[in-house]
Design a protein around this ligand. Structure first.
Ligand code: SF4
Ligand code: SF4
Ligand code: SF4
Length: 254
């Protein structure tokens, strides 16, 4: 047994999707170059994108998507009860993700507009850790497949790796990019967790914070920076709420 309470050897893994686009699971399945080695470490018991096997005796559960219906709560709790280790992966699972945009619109209004009088059961988009305990989080929209593999391999081999603690700006500066703030754009790089190799600002697109907050960020200082640069507060707020990763900071601020 290891310290997380499961047997050492080939770990049984299941991957489960809730409300999402399944883009994060596809990221894993698409990685042909390393997929055989990754799968060689694991016994796939339940992973719709990879295998037709359906078994409920997994040790590790990868959970993708947010919770937006009451039946999903029961299903998630059953997965938690089975798994020794639960990994929430993707911004939907970690923060509520883009699905959280629906939380800003009155549900009745949206349902009426899309479905007319049809009865639709829905609830605000909720992150996985609001319902069950989560052992590891791998944020991103989509996730970095290297990072998910690293975390899962770390669980299997008991050499756990954590996420980078520092913000996207560090990687962005190392790539010698011109800062988008100097080009009049609001970029969330100063407050967002690194690990994506600053892919958006390197392509001249501001960071939208899909990886959520870095450790120990100075949020008031970020707000002050946007103010001092004379940039739009509305645009900043729109970006900070896009993936719902900064909800705690915004709640605290208001
Ligand atoms: S985090 Fe992004 S890519 Fe992953 S499931 Fe959610 S919307 Fe899709
Ligand atoms: S472009 Fe964004 S990520 Fe890059 S240094 Fe400027 S604020 Fe940081
Ligand atoms: S730069 Fe920001 S929005 Fe883009 S992938 Fe990285 S964390 Fe996500």
């Amino acid at each position: 047994m290891n310290h997380l309470g499961f047997k050492i050897g080939k770990m049984k893994i299941g991957s489960f999707d809730f409300t999402c686009c399944e883009g994060c699971q596809l990221q894993l399945a698409n990685k042909e170059s390393t997929l055989p080695a990754f799968l060689g470490l694991l016994d796939i018991r339940n992973f719709r994108e990879i295998s037709s096997e359906r078994h409920d005796d997994y040790d590790i559960a990868l959970v993708e998507g947010s919770i937006t219906r009451s039946d999903e709560i029961e299903r998630l709790k059953a997965i938690r009860a089975q798994a020794s280790v639960l990994v929430a992966f993707g911004s939907c699972a970690c923060f509520g993700g883009v699905n959280s945009l629906k939380n800003k619109i009155p549900a009745e209004e949206a349902i009426k507009g899309v479905y007319g009088d049809k009865k639709i059961e829905t609830m605000p988009s909720t992150k996985i850790s609001d319902i069950v305990s989560v052992d590891f989080m791998v944020p991103g929209c989509p996730v970095s497949k290297e990072e998910v593999e690293r975390i899962v391999v770390g669980v299997v081999t008991r050499s756990l790796n954590n996420l980078p603690k520092y913000p996207v700006c560090v990687d962005c500066k190392q790539r010698l990019n011109t800062c988008l703030f100097d080009l009049g754009e609001v970029c969330l790089g100063p407050v967002t967790r690194a690990g994506c190799d600053a892919v958006c600002p390197s392509g001249k697109t501001p960071c939208l914070g899909c990886r959520g907050p870095a450790d120990d960020i100075n949020f008031p200082s970020f707000l002050q920076l946007v103010k001092e640069k004379g940039l739009s507060q509305d645009e900043m707020r729109e970006k900070l709420t896009f993936y719902n990763g900064f909800a705690d900071y915004l709640d605290h601020e208001s």
